[in-house]
Design a protein. Structure first.
Ligand code: ADP
Ligand code: ADP
Length: 228
């Protein structure tokens, strides 16, 4: 099992008030799979994803990603894990405005080992001709393609996408989802995606419905049997 989470709990303290944000999450996703986390705002989706990606830590429970017990890593090992194994894609792209497309992508390839080269990833995400543009000169969909290129240049085992189409119109969203499926197929990258959009869930192998810090439903989509 690529992601295997057992009884994960997380609380936030603010003053004297403790809020339990994750209340014993259980979750499994196969290697090379596409998982979707659905749920209302405030249900704990980002907290869960950030713990899986090593940005945040759980209080208790077990989070195993490709054999690594993420919750037990010390700070240095957690940083190495995050840099080498995880790619992040966010709703608002998080590009550096003063850097060109290729410079935005290089930022990450300098700090991590990058098994893929710049031209290959630009080609893969379909923006080879925009290499020297600045983010403000690109559409939202193109900016998201840059952020996907930045995430995949280190060939991460796991791509974590937090509302990757949340700021995009319908047809652009579709093309970004197709791109993520292509990345999944081409590089075998396991993908876990947060969304509010139930239509997006149709492309997933597994859908986890989160409500108030608990997984209330899990569904496995049927893989269509090809016609003879
Ligand atoms: P979602 O992604 O589903 O909208 P989040 O994981 O962002 O949910 O947040 C879940 C709950 O945890 C919310 O009530 C939010 O206010 C709270 N929360 C998230 N991050 C923090 C934090 N750093 N400090 C305190 N509370 C937080
Ligand atoms: P560090 O802050 O320890 O240098 P990195 O910047 O190497 O960690 O984090 C690795 C990846 O995680 C980068 O691709 C970066 O874009 C992403 N990342 C981590 N935390 C955040 C955050 N809060 N907002 C946006 N991106 C983040």
């Amino acid at each position: 099992m690529f992601i295997h989470i057992l009884n994960l709990k997380k609380s936030y303290q603010s003053g004297v008030v403790t809020t339990e944000v994750l209340k014993g999450i259980e979750m499994k996703l196969e290697k090379g799979g596409i998982g979707v986390i659905l749920g209302p705002s405030g249900s704990g989706k980002s907290t869960l994803m950030n713990i899986i990606g090593g940005i945040d830590r759980g209080d208790s429970g077990s989070v195993v990603v490709d054999g690594i017990e993420v919750n037990q890593l010390d700070d240095n090992k957690l940083t190495t894990y995050r840099r080498e194994q995880i790619g992040f894609v966010f709703q608002f792209y998080n590009l550096v405005p003063s850097l060109t497309v290729s410079e935005n992508i290089e930022v990450v390839s300098h700090i991590s080992h990058s098994p893929l080269n710049m031209d290959e990833v630009l080609e893969a995400v379909g923006i080879k001709d925009k290499k020297h543009r600045f983010p403000r000169e690109l559409s939202g969909g193109e900016q998201q393609r840059v952020s996907i290129a930045r995430a995949i240049i280190k060939n991460p085992k796991l791509l974590l996408c937090d509302e990757p189409t949340g700021a995009l119109d319908y047809s652009t969203s579709r093309s970004i989802l197709q791109l993520l499926q292509q990345v999944n197929e081409k590089y075998g990258t396991t993908i876990l995606m947060i969304t509010h959009n139930t239509a997006i869930a149709a492309m997933a192998d597994r859908v986890f419905k989160l409500r108030s810090g608990e997984i209330v439903a899990e569904s496995v989509n049927q893989i269509p049997v090809p016609a003879e």
